[in-house]
Design a binder for this molecule. Structure first.
Ligand code: PEP
Ligand code: MN
Length: 346
């Protein structure tokens, strides 16, 4: 439920609404927007007496949020959320951000080389898994904490911000020490204890859509993060499982405008996992930007044929450069532009 204030409501009137919500045994979340100030009521068990709130001074109207998710919905917050990162990098505004790098951090040389090449191509954030969710326990599991340290070194050298995955609740704080954005992977989208911990970690979270998750389920998982107080959530469409082996997944581009309509959160697209085939990544990257994605998450490797994970979908360095040129033109055609990398040491 949302208590929308009159445009000239005073700070005291807003405070009284907050106190009343708390007296009623719920949590209050004031939301100061450009169009309106509202106070969200969290923990609604269906028995809220709205008349008590409607009668308070300065209250314009009470809105019952109709979706199962609340704080992530457009009803809750009509303006888009812009996630602010160090160095002035913004996700969800008019800029389109590019997050690029290898699937896994494999060695110092590999990640530094990858970081330099994606930075030179115009990426703003570096990706690379240190803790890898692998289907087989015998596949490369990642370098763990050593991988996080290498990512931090790559950030120091290139100025790129770091996105990397936390696999379990116990690992969140360690990953948060090194990462600028914590990734929650597709396989973990409904790991609710991981989501709760990530919601309290103080860093922005990039939440990937589960392998067989509906958009409602994705948004409900995001709700866990916001319910814990983390407003800095970036959604990611990375393809869902289909029946056709022509591609690794079915890259659901429609999810981008659908999510934009239902939620104020930014959404980026991952055409690498979405297609699983190198030759399909660039066309779908172009399409994702055209569809309104706030960014791209793309796997790039200095030597894809030697990659320890996801080599078949990693772009070669020169392909990445070509992709950046093309997506920059598409962004411009729809009134956007690619984000500038943060200055080194920001
Ligand atoms: C990844 O980003 O390398 C990854 C494992 O992605 P997903 O969780 O989407 O499979
Ligand atoms: Mn991968």
């Amino acid at each position: 439920m949302l208590v929308v204030m009159q445009h000239d409501a005073t700070a005291d009137e807003v405070r009284r609404v907050v106190e009343t919500i708390e007296e009623m045994g719920y949590q209050a979340r004031p939301i100061a927007g450009a169009q309106r100030t509202a106070v969200g009521l969290v923990g609604n068990d269906g028995r809220v007496d709205a008349t008590r709130l409607a009668a308070l001074r300065g209250v314009k109207e009470i809105i019952h949020v109709t979706q199962p998710y609340k704080q992530v919905s457009r009803e809750w917050r009509p303006e888009p959320t812009v996630v602010q990162l160090p160095g002035g990098v913004r996700i969800g505004g008019s800029d389109v951000v590019v997050i690029a790098g290898p699937c896994s951090v494999e060695s110092e040389q590999q990640i530094l080389e990858a970081a330099r090449l994606v930075r030179d191509g115009g990426a703003t954030l570096l990706r690379g898994g240190a803790f890898k969710p692998r289907t087989s326990p015998y596949s490369f599991q990642g370098l763990g904490k050593k991988g996080l340290k290498l990512l931090a070194r790559a950030r120091d050298e290139t100025g790129l911000l770091v996105v990397t995955e936390a696999l379990d609740p116990e690992g969140v704080d360690t990953v948060a020490e090194y990462a600028d954005v914590i990734q929650v992977g597709a396989r973990s989208m409904q790991n609710f204890s991981l989501l709760k911990r990530a919601g309290r970690c103080g860093k922005p979270v990039l939440l990937k859509r589960g392998i067989a998750a509906t958009i409602t389920e994705l948004l409900l998982s995001a709700e866990y993060l916001l319910a814990e107080g983390n407003q800095n959530v970036i959604l990611c469409e990375r393809g869902i499982r289909g029946f056709d082996s022509a591609t690794r997944n079915v890259f659901d581009l429609t999810a981008i405008p659908v999510v934009k309509e239902l939620s104020h959160l930014p959404i980026v697209a991952d055409p690498s996992h979405g297609t699983g085939r190198r030759s399909k990544v660039i066309p779908m990257a172009r399409a994702a930007v055209a569809a309104g994605a706030d960014g791209l998450l793309v796997e790039v490797h200095p030597q894809p044929d030697r990659a320890l994970s996801d080599g078949e979908q990693a772009l070669f360095p020169e392909q990445f450069t070509a992709m950046m040129r093309e997506v920059a033109a598409i962004a411009e055609a729809i009134g956007r532009k690619l984000a500038e990398p943060a200055p080194v040491g920001a």
